[in-house]
Design a protein around this ligand. Structure first.
Ligand SMILES: [Zn+2]
Length: 235
């Protein structure tokens, strides 16, 4: 999709322009829309320059303004310079919702995980893995603390230990342990210069954290139902 506009420079002059690529999704609410165009501007840097256009989201629940950034080219179409869409901003992060049990066991996990997702939405890709690694540490240590909440010495040990040994020593459930260990391996890769798991990426780390969350939730729900419905109470 394209649109003919006037691109105004800082000195008030403007040129005919063709915006090649109109955003079809609002970066603020993540909904597909045909946004309303307001105005376009250009900067002149060398022969190329850039352009920016302001759009408004037409989703009734959003209606926010956002900016589409364009690269100005020397490609002339009629009397119009062609501008190619590069990116849209600001990108709002959609917070992940986690099962109630997990949010209760480790509110810091939820906070740190969503901060990492927020960093990712802002394009801060080098910080995402570090954030996820920290979120995982909160999740595992809070989970282990909850399991040993009547033993002060063990809680102290959980807090002091590095993540890997903490998983080995204090996570008993095989599924949680296997997923958390692998998440920790990939998480450690994100904090070091040299990667050990070169073929794995942030997507794998997110999946392993999600699996860990799911297994913790399963364990919690299973225990809850067994406790609430003892065989003697059956009708
Ligand atoms: Zn929107």
């Amino acid at each position: 999709m394209s649109r003919d506009v006037q691109c105004e420079a800082l000195d008030g002059t403007s040129e005919n322009a063709k915006l090649q690529g109109i955003p079809d999704k609002c970066p603020r609410c993540d909904v597909h829309v045909q946004p309303k165009f307001y105005l376009a501007t250009r900067t002149v840097a060398g022969s190329m320059g850039t352009g920016q256009a302001i759009f408004r989201c037409t989703n009734q629940n959003c209606q926010e303004l956002f900016i589409a950034s364009y690269l100005r080219t020397n490609l002339i179409d009629g009397s119009r310079h062609t501008y190619f869409l590069e990116s849209v901003s600001p990108v709002a992060a959609i917070a992940n919702e986690f099962p109630e049990a997990v949010a209760k066991i480790s509110p810091m996990f939820v906070t740190v995980f969503n901060q990492a997702i927020h960093a990712e939405a802002q394009g801060l890709d080098q910080l995402v893995g570090i954030g996820l690694r920290k979120a995982l540490e909160f999740l595992i240590k809070d989970y282990a603390t909850e399991k040993n909440n009547d033993d002060f010495e063990k809680i102290n040990e959980i807090r002091q230990k590095q993540l890997g040994p903490c998983i080995d020593t204090f996570v008993e459930d095989a599924n949680i342990k296997q997923c958390a260990k692998r998440a920790a391996w990939l998480g450690n890769d994100e904090t070091h210069v040299v990667r050990k798991w070169e073929s794995r990426d942030i997507g794998d780390l997110k999946t392993l954290i999600q699996l860990t969350v799911n297994w913790i939730q399963n364990e919690y729900l299973t225990k809850k139902y067994i406790e609430e419905m003892p065989p003697a109470a059956k009708v």
